[in-house]
Design a protein. Structure first.
Length: 271
């Protein structure tokens, strides 16, 4: 992963909650000079406020910005985003991680000529294992896209789509996806308890199995289907369970319905 020690200009982070805070810590870990960072956060957590001692400007005056990262709640966008317009110059890049707020909305608030990246991260960003998908508008230069990629990579992997409409499906798969995985752990624990295991043991087994399998999937170059097949002996216990999960009315159609529902709701929220 590249460092951020050569970042030039001022980076303004608007919103330093869980996701914004995770990004900020990631930037600092990659060598971004704290004196090049300005944070706008009305209620900074103690760990954010403490960064002032390292040179990060907390709620100070900012006259210009080379990059503005908008990490506020979507419901605050209509009130907050227009106030950021004075910070943006001709070469400023805006990166928004707000769910449901389109490039059109952002351009309307920041100016039609603004270079903007709309990005959708997910909550594993808190441990540096997120994945973020970015969609740039036509004003984003190759150099600005490179800057955005480096900044977003501070919290995990980065992918890009050219069609903003795909962000709704991205939201449904990776944005909401961690909740599906956590639900799997819950469901597996309940199934274990129903099979006779003490509930606390079933919960520990499910948690370790889901997290360990995820780590194996992360580290292994082998695709998920092959990893599944490697666990499955013909006629064995795993095959018996997969016969249920992979049936015509099993997991695939259920997951398709779930992702379709999330995609539809994302489109509704985006207007």
């Amino acid at each position: 992963m590249s460092t951020l020690s050569d970042f030039s200009g001022t980076l303004v982070l608007v919103g330093a909650g869980k996701m914004g805070g995770a990004m900020l810590q990631g930037w600092l870990a990659l060598g971004l000079d704290p004196q090049k960072i300005a944070v706008v956060e009305p209620r900074p957590a103690d760990e954010i406020a403490a960064l002032a001692a390292r040179g990060v400007r907390i709620n100070g005056t900012v006259s210009d910005a080379s990059v503005i990262v908008i990490a506020i709640k979507p419901q605050d966008a209509a009130q907050v985003v227009p106030t950021l317009k004075p910070l943006a110059g001709p070469g400023t890049l805006a990166i928004s991680i707000m769910a449901g707020k389109t490039l059109g909305f952002l351009q309307g608030a920041l100016g039609a000529d603004s270079a903007i990246v709309r990005a959708m991260p997910n909550t594993p960003a808190a441990v540096g294992r997120g994945i973020t998908v970015g969609a740039p508008n036509a004003k984003v230069s190759p150099a600005q896209r490179g800057i955005a990629d480096r900044l977003l990579a501070a919290i995990g992997a980065v992918e890009w789509v050219e069609d903003e409409a795909l962000i709704d499906a991205v939201t449904a798969v990776s944005g909401s996806g961690p909740a599906y995985v956590f639900l799997l752990a819950e469901s597996l624990a309940r199934a274990g308890a129903a099979a006779g295991l003490p509930a606390d043991l079933a919960a520990r087994l499910a948690r370790a199995t889901v997290s360990g399998s995820g780590e194996l999937l992360h580290r292994s170059p082998i695709d998920a289907a092959t990893l599944r097949q490697n666990v499955t002996s013909p006629g064995g216990t795993t095959a018996a369970a997969l016969g249920v999960l992979m049936a015509a009315d099993g997991l695939d159609p259920l997951m398709e319905k779930a992702v379709a529902a999330a995609t539809k709701r994302s489109r509704e929220l985006a207007g």
